[in-house]
Design a protein. Structure first.
Ligand SMILES: [Ca+2]
Length: 99
């Protein structure tokens, strides 16, 4: 809970003061957390492109937008070869591994 004082001033110099208390229902104070520290999947070389390979899942203890999770591939390692659905966490193959 946050508490502070507010003062009002009139043009004639009169003042009034009141206190304000604000209860914070939810702050974005939790980072998302993956269910597993590591996900592994084996892919056959003939797997067609656009094949879903694995689903990752993270949760966030905050409410509403503060707890909403969106997925993306970090760094350059998987970009181009794999894609991830931002809302479902499903990782798919984007390029065929062998012709
Ligand atoms: Ca959060």
């Amino acid at each position: 809970m946050l508490c502070f004082q507010v003062t009002a001033h009139s043009t004639t110099g009169a003042t009034a003061t009141t206190s304000v208390k604000i209860s914070v229902l939810d702050a974005n104070d939790n980072a998302p957390s993956f269910e597993k520290g590591r996900y592994e999947v084996s892919v056959h070389e003939s797997t067609p492109t656009s094949t879903p390979l694995i689903s990752v899942r993270a949760t966030d203890a905050d409410d509403g937008d503060n707890g909403r999770v969106a997925y993306s591939i970090a760094g350059d390692g998987g970009k181009g070869a794999f894609s991830i659905d931002a809302s479902t966490g499903i990782v798919s193959l984007q390029v065929r591994i062998c012709n």
